[in-house]
Design a protein around this ligand. Structure first.
Ligand SMILES: C[S@@+](CC[C@H](N)C(=O)[O-])C[C@H]1O[C@@H](n2cnc3c(N)ncnc32)[C@H](O)[C@@H]1O
Length: 212
């Protein structure tokens, strides 16, 4: 029987931050000067951790929320060569060595997800890497609990009472949608105590490399 990894987010940092550093260490890339895009950066905890543990050259944080951008700026105030942009996928206009997309892909509807994938296709540098963390269709807390979205192109997506949208990805969907990349890792995990509002969740970690 397959066992699922349990991730206890006691430091309140997304698992993706550790995945980025581990991957770069394993591939002897920790000292390489790299440019990073952190899309949906939230409070900047991922940015701070990754920046402090790599030899990043330039780090861009994008978030649709002004408050998140303010928090990120505060959290990363002692770090150099940071850029903060408030907006959504349209703000991606430059090339990067690494795209980090943690706990935000599931908030994007099919149209936005497709635009984001196009942006990755266009703006991920040769040998570039994608680190994606997103909700799985195996999630027991929220999957199927909202009202199904009435768009046949967007299955496994729901609207909840508070009006927010969530999309859940299956392994098959991710492998199809990210076939522009060579998939280095795709693994499901069960996380707990991530934020005050989310008690537990089942997510995918996907690491993909540019096919050049
Ligand atoms: C759950 S937080 C994740 C924060 C961070 N990436 C992490 O893993 O800790 C989701 C973030 O995505 C942002 N967000 C939601 N929709 C977005 C969009 N369309 N474009 C950019 N950011 C978005 C939210 O404002 C929020 O800060």
């Amino acid at each position: 029987m397959n066992s699922i990894e349990i991730y206890d987010c006691e430091r309140n940092i997304s698992k993706i931050a550790f995945e980025v550093v581990e991957y770069l260490e394993l591939h002897s890339l920790l000292n390489k000067p790299i440019s990073i895009l952190d899309y949906g950066c939230g409070n900047g905890e991922v940015a701070k951790f990754v920046a402090e543990n790599t030899n990043y050259q330039q780090y861009t944080c994008i978030d649709i929320s002004k408050k998140a951008i303010e928090l990120s700026k505060k959290n990363c105030r002692n770090l150099q060569n940071f850029e903060f942009l408030c907006g959504d996928v349209t703000e991606i206009t430059k090339s990067y060595d690494i795209f980090i997309i943690s706990a935000v892909y599931h908030f994007l509807n099919k149209e936005k997800r497709d635009i984001l994938i196009e942006k990755i296709k266009h703006f991920l540098n040769p040998d570039g890497l994608l680190f994606l963390l997103t909700l799985s269709t195996d999630d027991k807390q929220y999957y199927g609990k909202g009202k199904s979205v009435e768009n046949h192109d967007d299955p496994d997506s729901f609207i909840y009472e508070e009006g927010y949208y969530l999309h859940f990805s299956s392994k098959k969907e991710l492998l199809t949608d990210f076939n522009l990349l060579r998939i280095e890792k795709i693994k499901e995990f069960f996380g707990k105590n991530y934020t005050k509002d989310v008690e537990f969740f089942t997510c995918w970690i996907l690491i993909g490399k540019s096919k050049n």
